[in-house]
Design a protein around this ligand. Structure first.
Ligand code: PLP
Length: 370
């Protein structure tokens, strides 16, 4: 069976040697040596100053909203993973959607300004599939209207914009290190906070508000543990190799499927990290035919993201984002992971070819009869 992704499993001997160390020290959590080591190495690798490891990406989003004291309405993208919107609702913030650009699939900066009201406190864009948002335009709007910007950069590990880390944009960026992501710690995430005072506040906030031995502010528990950090250290050792392999797969998909389906447009001045391989069909019918053909051969791509978030049942306000709803119905992410072989990939491309071919034939015939 081939799924859309498969967690990268590093050398087990190396992982075990870290586990031995954890057993010897008896120190399993609460900002231990491995969490500190991973934090430093990640900051260096990503080219950022202040990086704080946390229990997961969703917690990172929640902490970011609390740190920046968001209230009322937050402008965000309807095309993302559920956590971007649900984390806002979880803190009684009201998501206000700005429709996406049909080429980049990111929030369209041109749609933001008209949504700003006296109740707006922030913008939460997502670098979807690792494709960089219009960071300069968003920054300008935020400055003019005194809004905070939190980038959900869960897909953008290691992505650069104009030769520096994309994570340096906005007030805070968050990462997810879930097992399905490019770099992972089984479960985990990080906050990237440029402001030093805010960073120190975050350090306390993820540990019940403790600072210098006593509770100084309202906090929660969002700590990463030593076993997760050990996994991160092992995966980080291999990240160059993992990315290299994905780049090869990415190029082969592009060459193999060119002219058959549409690819999102890669933003200027940036490079993808090849986390995902999204393709766009002409309509949902075509997508379903291809999906069916792949499923028959035990290949399971994923409809990331099948539901446009403005159509969630538990939203209080009716909102309708036509571009996001249209894209959601005809986007499919193809299998993309380190262990995927060239042979398997060729098979996937072949099945897609065949399915598209027979679909267009029957369609054509149906039209002739009319
Ligand atoms: C994975 C993901 C998250 C949530 O991260 P977790 O670590 O799973 O909590 C948030 N936003 C986006 C866009 C994601 O893909």
């Amino acid at each position: 069976m081939i799924h859309v992704t498969k967690p990268y499993m590093p050398d087990i001997k190396k992982y075990k040697s870290y586990v031995d160390k954890i057993y010897q020290s008896g120190y399993v959590t609460n900002s231990g040596v491995l969490v500190k080591e991973l934090q430093e190495r990640l900051a260096l690798y990503l080219g950022v100053k202040n990086l704080l490891l946390v229990s997961n990406g969703t917690a990172a989003l929640s902490i970011a909203y609390k740190l920046l004291e968001l209230k009322g309405e937050v402008i965000t993208t309807p095309f993302s993973f559920i956590a971007t919107t649900s984390s806002l609702l979880w803190q009684n913030l009201r998501p206000v959607f700005a429709d996406i650009n049909p080429q980049s699939l990111n929030i369209d900066s041109k749609n933001i300004e008209s949504l700003i009201t006296k109740d707006t406190s922030a913008i939460v864009p997502v670098h979807i599939f690792g494709n960089v948002c219009e960071v300069e335009e968003i920054d300008k709007i935020a400055k003019e209207h005194n809004l905070k910007v939190i980038y959900d950069a869960a897909h953008a590990f290691g992505v650069k914009y104009k030769d520096r880390s994309v994570l340096l944009n906005g007030d805070i960026s968050i990462l997810s290190f879930h097992a399905t992501k490019l770099f992972h710690t089984i479960e985990g995430g990080a906050l990237i906070i440029d402001d030093d005072d805010l960073y120190e506040k975050a350090v306390a906030m993820i540990n019940f508000g403790y600072r210098d031995g006593s509770v100084k502010l309202l906090g929660t528990n969002a700590k990463m543990n030593e076993f997760e950090a050990a996994m991160g250290l092992c995966v980080l050792d291999d990240i160059g190799m993992v990315r290299g392999k994905r780049e090869v797969l990415y190029e082969s998909y592009k060459v193999g499927l060119k002219g058959r389906v549409t690819f999102p447009k890669v933003s200027k001045n940036s490079e993808l990290n090849c986390s995902y391989f999204p393709i766009l069909f002409r309509d949902e019918e075509e997508l379903l035919e291809v999906q069916k053909a792949l499923n028959k051969r035990d290949i399971f791509p994923r409809r990331y993201f099948e539901q446009s978030l403005d159509s969630l049942k538990f939203l209080s306000k009716e909102q309708n984002m036509p571009i996001s709803r249209d894209i959601s119905k005809r986007v499919l992410c193809l299998p993309m992971y380190y262990e995927l072989t060239k042979k398997e990939q060729n098979m996937i491309i072949g099945i897609i070819y065949e399915a598209l071919e027979s679909f267009s034939k029957t369609h054509y015939k149906a039209k002739e009869y009319l």
